[in-house]
Structure formats: C-alpha cells, structure tokens
Design a protein. Structure first.
Length: 559
C-alpha cells in the first residue's frame, strides 16, 4: 500500500479561521414580547383554551376560564431549528405553575411535557415526537420560576427541520397554569466538538445468535442481553459474527428493534440465512455512519493446497462493508472486512485453512482496489496474531504473520491483548482488528481493549450470552466544517466535479510547483502534474478533496 504522511492538524490546510466557540445558540426566545411569542406556533387539540403571551410571564396556558375548568390539550411549537451539524444539543427554559394548591396536579401523568421532532407534519397528533427527559418539575411554591435543567435533544429528533414543543394537558375538574420563558437551544458545532470526529468500533462473536440448535438455549434472553450490552458499550459500529438471520428467527431485525430502529441500522450478507448458518453482520448508529454497500469477498486465490472457498470454512466468506463516517461537512470513506476464520477442530488442517484464508485475503487487499483505502480487517480470527492456538501442527507462527510482518501497510492493534478470562490459562485474544496504514494515524493509541465489564454486568454471561468477549478500539478524525473556512483569494478550478483532469488558474504560482491534493482526513494524495495548470485526478477515488497551493485552497469533487 502507498504510505502517506498524515497531517496532525488538518485545520491548517486551508488557512482555517479560529474554531467556533464551544457552544452556539440555535434558538433564543424570551417569550416576553408578542414578537418573540409569535415565532412559535400554537395548536389546540382539545378545548377552546390555548397558549397566550404575557409581557411579564412569557408563554402561558391554562384550562381555567370563567370560574370553571375545561379539558384541554394544547401545543406550543418552535420554529424550525437546523441540527444537522450540531452535537450535544440541549434545551433550557424557565417555568412555573400555579396556584400552589393544585400546581402539581397531573405531573405524574405527563401534563407538562417537552418534546422534539425531526419532521413536524403540521399536526402534533400525527407527528412522531421524542419526549425530552429530565425536566425539573420541583417547583417549591406556586408562581415561582425555576430552571428546567438541561434537556438533551436525542439524535432521532435531529434534522435540518427539527422543532421542539411544549404540551399542556388538563382535565375538566382540575387545571393548573403553566408559564414558560427564556427558551434557549444550544449545541456544539461539529467543528469545535472534540468528540465530533471520534468513532468507537466494537468486534463481537455473539455465539450462534438466532440459532435454534446451538449456543445459549434461551434465544430471547440472549438477544436481550446482547442489545443491553451494545447500548451500554455505546459504540458507533458493531461488527458481529455467528449471526443466523432466518425467516423464522430474524435476529438482526429483532436486535435493531431492541436497540431502537429509529437510531440504529444494520446489514447481514446474505440477508437471509438457513437456521444455524453462521454469518457476519454490521450494526451502526444512523447519526454517525452511512452504509454504502455490503457484499462478500467470495472470489480469491487458492492457497496451502486448498481452494479459497474451502479455506474460508467452505464458504463463510469475509464480508465487505463500504461505509462513510459522518463527521462535519463531508463523509470519511472506510472499508471494513468482517471475517470469521476456520475454527480449531483438533487437527492441523484447521491451521492450514486459516493460513490459506489469510494469504488469499491479503492478496485481495494488497491489490489496486483496496491498497489506498481506509481499511479495517476485523472479526473472529480464531487464532493469535503473534504465535498460534494450534497444538496439533508443527507450527509456531500465526497464520496472520503475513499481515503482521507487513508493518509498512498493516497494523495489528489487538495483537498484544491478553484474554481477561483466565479460567483456561493465560493467552492472547483471538478477536482482532488489523488496520491499513491509511488508518493507523487515526487510531487512538491505547484504546484497543477487551470489554471485560460486559461479562461482569450480565448474570451467567458465558452461558446466557456468548462465549466470547467484545473487543473495541477508538478512532479520531479531524472535522472540517463549512463554518471553519476563512476567505481565501478566489481560485478558479474546472471542471468541478472532475473526472480525469482538473484545471486551475496558475497566475502567481511557481510554474515548477504543483498544488497539493488532500482528502478530508488530512491525507495528501498522489497526483501527477500534466502541465503548468492541469493535474491528473483520474486515479483518485470518488469523493471530495482539497486543492491547496500557497495562500489558495478550494474544494473539488472527483466523480
């Protein structure tokens, strides 16, 4: 693979301005004037009363009128808020209720609630709302304003058309008054959030998940345990092995439902399996990962006297996921190869098949289709990266020594991790991640680990959940946001998008100097200068790039 020098501070590439402040205010309405109140929309579902405005108390709603209580449901809905490029979005406001004698009526029933949505239909009864939790309801005495606390807007409610809303409910026998003012929504622009480009990847063999014959006997409990563990780990990507996804047991869809289908998605290849046919799957957060394609690497070279198919457990092929990591304006392309190698079966042939599979896979990944990509080889390797599990063959080397020895192009970041479960002696793990050199600079040193806490937090873990522990690693990417660019001298480049050649205005440039091309992870790309004002971009993968020379910088798209 081509070895590139990685820039530690991508923000220097195009003369970026100072990073944005830690927080940006996205909505700030006092509700203490008609103009402020009118930025919101009122909607009455039940009753003739509705939200009103007071210059002293802000937005107010009550079902009490003319000495009588009336049943009501009334909504106060914010204007559109674009949350697509913002993290850690939080809503705050001041509120109170009265009178003291009845100010807490209906609190336990959710009469005074706050919601958010990514897509308001124009009717709150048909809109898919997400309830915002943690509202401070502890008003000490009627009519005394208190802060709401910070209410986090979840990913499921974030879009270019997000809104927040307040819902007031009362009955025909009791109705407190709810008053709200100083409504603010703040968040961290992705360019200034240190976690904006942070991604956690977890590898886990889930032991015959969805299989009716093998593995844990209680399939429902196993699925619930796996989902609970995944939520606790809070990774952005999970690469799983030993998944069955049959019509009778659609384990992938069940798992996604348990996680929350609005927030998570996944893929298994092939999409439907026979009962107890082991396959690999990917599950990911929709807010941070985009799946481009998924396929099996089903064609490769024979090795060690066996066919490529036989070396991969008679057809349990490596699965390739092409994904985009969503950080800032432009996606970061990554290719993940999820493997489940031939297991030990008591004779030397298993080692030979793992060795042959490794050789066949590396030949594919060394080829032109992959040798400049951000690449992660992940999965159940069924062997160590240093040494071997095999005791039945005259061998001491890992079957993956071909990867480990190629230090210019690959980095086995899990090779030195010792298994936490010492019941069967002290030995390294067999669940691994190997990175291409293009990604080594993004690996957070020291983050590769076995997730021991998973087994400690689930009762009888190794019998009810899996005989493997997950292993995780974290990656950091610099985030380039549109807001970060300073104004640079106008620079004409064309055509944009470009297919084979990109022309640029070379006025004022040294004729011997070719502008540099970078991808959006800060990696300098190899391009050839055709003449004084043209570079050949035909070999670049499709994507967004930066062209930089002297004080000029411009984005262009390679089709």
């Amino acid at each position: 693979m081509q070895k590139y020098t990685r820039l530690l501070f991508v923000v220097l590439l195009c003369g970026f301005a100072q990073l944005l402040t830690a927080q940006t205010t996205l909505l700030d309405q006092s509700m203490l004037s008609p103009a402020s109140f009118n930025t919101f929309t009122t909607y009455s579902v039940t009753g003739t009363q509705t939200w009103n405005q007071s210059n002293q108390y802000g937005a107010t709603c009550t079902g009490y009128s003319g000495g009588q209580n009336y049943q009501n449901e009334d909504w106060l809905i914010s204007p559109i808020i674009n949350l697509t490029q913002t993290n850690n979005v939080k809503l705050t406001f001041d509120h109170t209720r009265g009178v003291t004698a009845i100010m807490n009526v209906g609190v336990e029933l959710g009469w005074y609630s706050v919601f958010a949505t990514a897509d308001y239909t124009g009717d709150p009864t048909t809109t898919q709302w997400v309830a915002l939790t943690g509202l401070n309801q502890n008003i000490p005495v009627g009519w005394q304003f208190i802060p709401s606390g910070e209410l986090v807007v979840p990913e499921a409610a974030k879009s270019a058309n997000s809104r927040i809303a307040f819902r007031y409910i009362c009955s025909n026998t009791q109705s407190a008054t709810w008053e709200i003012k100083n409504i603010k929504v703040k968040g961290e622009p992705q360019g200034s959030n240190p976690n904006a480009g942070l991604f956690k990847v977890t590898n886990w063999n889930t032991e015959w998940l969805g299989c009716s014959q093998f593995g844990p006997t209680d399939e429902t409990q196993q699925l619930n345990n796996v989902a609970s563990a995944m939520l606790a780990l809070d990774s952005d990507i999970y690469c799983l092995q030993e998944i069955t996804n049959s019509v009778a047991n659609p384990s992938l869809e069940t798992l996604l439902t348990l996680l929350d289908r609005e927030l998570w998605d996944g893929m298994i290849v092939p999409a439907t399996t026979d009962d107890c046919e082991q396959r690999q799957a990917i599950i990911y957060k929709k807010s941070k990962v985009q799946l481009v394609s998924a396929s099996q690497l089903s064609s490769g070279n024979p090795a060690q006297g066996n066919s490529y198919t036989y070396n991969w457990s008679s057809g349990r092929y490596p699965t390739l996921y092409t994904i985009n990591l969503l950080a800032g304006d432009s996606p970061i392309p990554v290719s993940i190869v999820n493997i489940h190698a031939k297991a030990e079966d008591g004779n030397a042939s298993s080692y030979t098949r793992r060795l042959g599979g490794s050789q066949g896979l590396k030949a594919i990944l060394d080829g032109a289709a992959y040798n400049t990509k951000n690449l992660i080889v992940i999965g159940d390797f069924n062997d160590y990266l240093i040494g071997t599990t095999s005791t039945t063959c005259a061998c001491t080397d890992s079957p993956y020594k071909n990867f480990i020895d190629d230090t210019a192009n690959y980095n086995g970041i899990t090779k030195d991790i010792i298994h936490a479960n010492t019941d069967f002696g002290t030995h390294p793990i067999i669940e691994h991640m190997i990175l291409s050199n293009e990604l080594s600079g993004n690996f957070v040193a020291g983050s590769a680990m076995q997730e021991v806490a998973v087994s400690q937090n689930i009762f009888n873990y190794f019998n009810t959940t899996s005989d493997h522990l997950p292993a995780s690693a974290t990656f950091q990417f610099q985030v380039l946001g549109q807001q970060q660019f300073t104004k640079t001298p106008t620079w004409a480049v064309y055509p944009n998008p470009a297919k084979t050649q990109l022309h640029y205005d070379n006025t004022g440039l040294d004729s011997q100097t070719a502008p540099a091309v970078y991808d959006l992870t800060g990696r300098q790309m190899r391009v050839e200068k055709t003449n004084a004002h043209t570079i050949d971009v035909a070999a670049l993968p499709s994507g967004v790039y930066l062209l930089k020379a002297a004080d000029r910088c411009v984005r262009f798209v390679k089709e």
